[in-house]
Design a protein around this ligand. Structure first.
Ligand code: T4K
Length: 396
């Protein structure tokens, strides 16, 4: 019989001081805040089209090669004002394998979300099913770019053009990614990024909407609202979705190191890839649809019958060692917050929501953390019948 005293040293020694979360959490060094915040206080200008916000918007425009960047308090607000700026009505088609904000932004705009299934391998909207869902009441498509990958942007542009629909992208997770030579941020009518603490470019909290369309940009600025847009436009609603100087300051500091952070993520991702290859029943998702990824996420598929235990059980066992793996996205948005319509049949979304696990990547992760996580996953699989007892220090 196994004895918990026989726990291998490398597993016994996994003892993180602080929990290891899935988010990026790249932040500038402490001493840099003081100088930047001293300047904000000296100017006594804290919000609404301030100098740091202007600098950030210009830098983002130039980095992305996009004509307009309109920063917002976060991506949820960006998606909400995007729906208004695009004048969406009736129904909008989107995948249900996404964060709740994608669908809720439509509710706020008074538009009905129509959920579409995703492709099993890419995790992005299934364009064959999408076309079948288009009817006269559909005014737009919101595609969601996930995990450092992207939807089939060119095919989607062709479908939107053919059916005279607005097309926009929830690219909350995709800052820094490219399709060919073109940065994500330039596709469809507009795209929305998140600068939440868990994203590759962080303002702590924040986001932006990007567009190459002058009229859409004017509407976005008028809805946001801010001084600074000289064009007068008719809009029905305004919302306070401004980004503060403090948020812009954090984003600017992080922007300086964006490439370094992406390279660091790639190193972490590659090590996971090497280590997980040898573990039965766990398959690492590879970013698809992009020529350059930000490696925002380490997402794996657990095949329970091959791996030996369920995805949820694995998450609990990792938590026991302070590794905060997550089950994004569970459940699919179509099964949550009043969208729960049992007639909606999205088998791939349902299957993935039951079987995917997100592992830590970002500032708090280095190669020793990855090795510990992979050692632990391997150990849990080897001892699947009594891994829980082992990890809790009980003999069985
Ligand atoms: N569209 C998509 C496709 C998205 O993924 C998101 C957001 C949005 C739209 C909307 O973007 P925002 O409006 O947020 O800009 C998180 C994030 O809040 C959210 O930004 C993200 N996607 C979503 C996938 O995950 P939670 O509630 O699951 O995460 P939270 O806050 O619990 O953080 C994750 C882990 O990171 C936890 O273990 C705690 C840790 N953490 C988090 C923060 C904020 C830290 O250690 N320190 C921190 O400061 O939603």
């Amino acid at each position: 019989m196994d004895d918990f005293n026989s726990l291998p040293e490398k597993i016994k020694n996994i003892n993180f001081e602080v929990p290891i979360p899935v988010g990026q959490l790249y932040f500038p060094e402490w001493h840099r805040y003081e100088a930047v915040f001293r300047e904000i206080f000296k100017r006594e200008y804290y919000n609404n089209n301030g100098p740091l916000l202007n600098e950030l918007e210009k830098k983002l425009q130039s980095y992305l090669g996009v004509k307009h960047v309109v920063c917002t308090g976060n991506a949820t607000l960006g998606l909400m004002i995007a729906a208004q700026a695009l004048k969406l009505t009736g129904k909008v088609i989107l995948p249900a394998h996404t964060f709740i904000a994608s669908a809720q932004s439509l509710r706020w705009a008074g538009v009905e979300p129509i959920f579409c299934d995703i492709d099993k391998f890419t995790h992005h909207i299934d364009i064959k099913q999408l076309e079948l869902l288009i009817d006269d009441n559909v005014s737009g498509i919101m595609a969601v770019n996930l995990w450092g990958g992207a939807s089939e942007v060119k095919a989607l542009e062709a479908i939107a053009k053919k059916h005279h629909l607005k097309l926009y992208f929830d690219s909350a997770q995709a800052f820094g990614c490219k399709v060919g030579d073109v940065s994500i941020g330039n596709f469809g009518d507009l795209e929305v990024f998140s600068f939440h603490a868990t994203k590759i470019l962080s303002a702590g909290e924040g986001g932006c909407v990007c567009t190459n369309d002058d009229a859409i940009a004017s509407r976005l600025k008028a809805i946001r609202p801010s001084y600074g847009d000289e064009v007068s436009v008719n809009i029905d609603k305004v919302a306070n979705t401004r980004m503060s100087e403090a948020q812009a300051a954090v984003a600017l500091m992080n922007f300086e190191n964006l490439d370094k952070h992406i390279q660091n993520n790639k190193k972490i991702y590659d090590l996971y890839k090497e280590r997980l290859l040898n573990i039965n029943g766990i398959t690492l998702y590879e970013p698809t649809g992009v020529s350059y990824s930000n490696f925002q996420s380490v997402v794996c598929h657990i095949n329970e019958s091959e791996f030996g235990i369920s995805r949820d059980c694995l998450i609990e066992l990792l938590k026991n060692k302070k590794i905060l793996a997550r089950r994004y996205f569970y459940p699919g948005v179509h099964r949550t917050l009043g969208f729960n319509d049992t007639r909606v049949n999205l088998p791939v979304t349902d299957a993935l929501s039951q079987s995917t696990i997100q592992l830590p990547i970002g500032a708090l992760v280095d190669s020793s953390v990855v090795n510990s996580i992979c050692d632990l996953i391997q150990f849990i699989q080897n001892k699947k019948e009594n891994a829980a007892n082992f990890l809790m220090g009980k003999s069985k």
